[in-house]
Ligand binder design. Structure first.
Ligand SMILES: C[S@@+](CC[C@H](N)C(=O)[O-])C[C@H]1O[C@@H](n2cnc3c(N)ncnc32)[C@H](O)[C@@H]1O
Length: 260
């Protein structure tokens, strides 16, 4: 799922990914000497994208559009991605990699060694990103509260399914609860909003600088979760069905799923 891929690789969490090169192309030879590098660049294709946008809404920071060339957005006229990824091992035609931000099946065009002496310039300026990091370092503007129902639902999810998206909801909404496509914040009613987190949704209201999470909901309708043709790859499917049995809600039946 696209929403499950990281915006940039997060190396604080252990992760292993396999990149397999095509057979019968002499790539084993091309991989000679690569194992000595602990990081490589992947140059790849955002193959799931169609079209591009000149101005895009970055997932972090204030809800402000930026020129696509000032971002790492996938929505580019020539949809090429670059990722400096940790190289754990080379085994034949397989590369064992650390954290990645590519979805499974992404075509990779090329690999190049990451060379700290050539590729790292830590003192350069990073325009709006520097400004955004300074803003994010300041205390959050909004207070996020959970209703007793939402708190009970969150605790049930944690206890029975080890699912807890409260930290993510808190992180995003305490900074900025305004409508945002990539943060998956939408309006459901004149004063009611929804934020999507993985396969789940939190419904909230805003009053002044207080964001009240009213209830949590599964992100997919029951007919999707129970459809044998769709079950493959539906995240948290069993947990969502069990949740519906615990907290029946008509909304999860009638709302269309968000685009992944
Ligand atoms: C923000 S981009 C950054 C990509 C890369 N690190 C770069 O700077 O070019 C990463 C996002 O691209 C999306 N993505 C990953 N693989 C993709 C693919 N094959 N096609 C379309 N979108 C993809 C995922 O949503 C992921 O969170």
């Amino acid at each position: 799922m696209k929403f499950q891929a990281r915006h940039q690789p997060t190396e604080s969490e252990p992760e292993r990914n396999i990149l397999e090169l095509l057979p019968d192309c002499d790539y084993e030879q091309a991989l000679h000497d690569v194992a000595g590098f602990t990081r490589i660049w992947l140059i790849w294709w955002f193959h799931r994208n169609t079209g591009w946008r000149p101005r895009v809404l970055p997932p972090r920071g204030p809800a402000k559009r930026r020129g696509v060339f000032a971002t790492r957005s996938p929505h580019r006229p020539n949809p090429l991605g670059i990722t400096p990824v940790q190289l754990i091992a080379v085994e034949g035609r397989q590369l064992i990699l650390g954290a990645c931000d590519l979805v499974d099946g992404t075509p990779v065009f090329d690999l190049k060694p990451y060379i700290p002496a050539y590729d790292s310039f830590p003192n350069e300026k990073a325009g709006w990103i520097d400004e955004m990091e300074a803003t994010l370092a300041a205390p959050p503007q909004f207070r996020v509260e959970f209703s007793s129902l939402a708190q009970e639902q969150a605790e049930w999810l944690l206890r029975h399914w080890q699912i807890d998206f409260r930290p993510r909801v808190h992180e995003l909404l305490s900074r900025d609860p305004s409508l945002h496509r990539t943060r998956r914040i939408t309006r459901r009613a004149p004063d009611e909003y929804v934020i999507g987190c993985g396969a789940w949704r939190a419904v909230f209201k805003k009053t002044g600088n207080v964001v009240l999470i009213q209830t949590l909901e599964p992100g997919y309708p029951r007919r999707f979760l129970e459809d044998p043709a769709r079950t493959e790859g539906l995240p948290d499917r069993d947990a969502q069905l069990a949740y519906m049995a615990q907290w029946p809600s008509r909304l999860s039946e009638i709302l269309p799923p968000e685009a992944p």
